[in-house]
Design a protein around this ligand. Structure first.
Ligand code: HEC
Length: 250
């Protein structure tokens, strides 16, 4: 299925900082980032140790600690049926677009088998509650009308719209003829953020998790900038020299 485009940008430091803040507030209660330490994150994102301690360390830990959740695995298993996985390399495992689509497509599901009353378009039967509901609000799934006797169907594409997210399905009727049916996710009870601002918040979280999955990328970015600046400087210099040498020849 084609996913939503996360449009992450590791050079956007403000977005990475906001993503870190959102992660610590909304995710770190259950998920750890064991491969990352607070002070390393602070340095990479341009925050001092004091800023990190004051704004991002909620567990009472030290700034040199690994970013572990205070949640005990055994408790988590009991409450959620599965322990929330460590998210250090989730952006590499699932990809930024999947993460972004995941955060945007929680919806209300009245099926009594759903423990938290929600489901997700890219993670069917998910064991995680919709933790960002106070920001996003509650989404409901409005199913498009299927042709009579429709049987086989598969989801082909997610599409971001003004109101929410559309899910395009290819549906086969009895004769085997295919048609496209669109299901819609719409916000039925608004949260504190509108559709657009909520998407930016989700993008910030995904951006942050992409950085956590490969922190060396940021270093490469910085080195890349200086290499290009250096090359640019030499291009200009050699052009000036070239002009100088050939001035008298013509
Ligand atoms: C209340 C606890 C809780 C909070 C808070 C929470 N999660 Fe989860 N999360 C879970 C559980 C439990 C699972 C396992 C779901 C499953 O496997 O069915 C999960 C699964 C996930 C997965 C899927 C991992 C996979 O299997 O590929 C991602 C991604 C994820 N969470 C991201 C987040 C992000 C981002 C936040 C913060 C916005 C967050 N979670 C907040 C409990 C939580």
């Amino acid at each position: 299925m084609a996913l939503l485009d996360a449009k992450t940008d590791l050079s956007d430091r403000a977005s990475l900082q906001r993503g870190a803040g959102l992660f610590m507030n909304y995710c770190s209660g259950c998920h750890s980032l064991e491969f990352m330490r607070y002070d390393r994150m602070g340095r990479d994102l341009g925050l001092s140790d004091a800023q990190v301690l004051e704004n991002l360390v909620f567990s009472g830990g030290k700034v040199g600690d690994e970013m572990r959740t205070a949640l005990r695995r055994e408790d988590a298993k009991e409450w959620f049926g599965v322990a929330p996985p460590d998210l250090s390399v989730i952006a590499r495992a699932r990809g930024p677009d999947w993460l972004y689509s995941y955060l945007l497509t929680f919806y209300q599901d009245p099926n009594p088998a759903r423990p938290f009353g929600v489901n997700n378009l890219v993670f069917s039967g998910v064991g995680m509650p919709h933790v960002l509901w106070s920001l996003q609000g509650i989404q409901s799934l409005e199913k498009g009308e299927r042709p009579a006797g429709a049987r086989l169907e598969h989801a082909v594409r997610l599409e971001a719209t003004k109101e929410g997210v559309n899910l395009h399905n290819i549906v086969q009727d009895e004769s085997g003829a295919e048609s496209r049916v669109v299901d819609r996710l719409v916000v039925s009870a608004p949260g504190s953020l509108g559709v657009g601002p909520f998407r930016s918040a989700a993008r910030d979280i995904v951006n942050f998790l992409t950085y956590v999955g490969e922190p060396a990328k940021l270093v490469r970015y910085r080195i890349g900038f200086w290499v290009l600046a250096y090359l640019g400087f030499f291009i200009v210099l050699s052009y000036v020299l070239y002009r100088e040498y050939w001035k008298d020849v013509h």
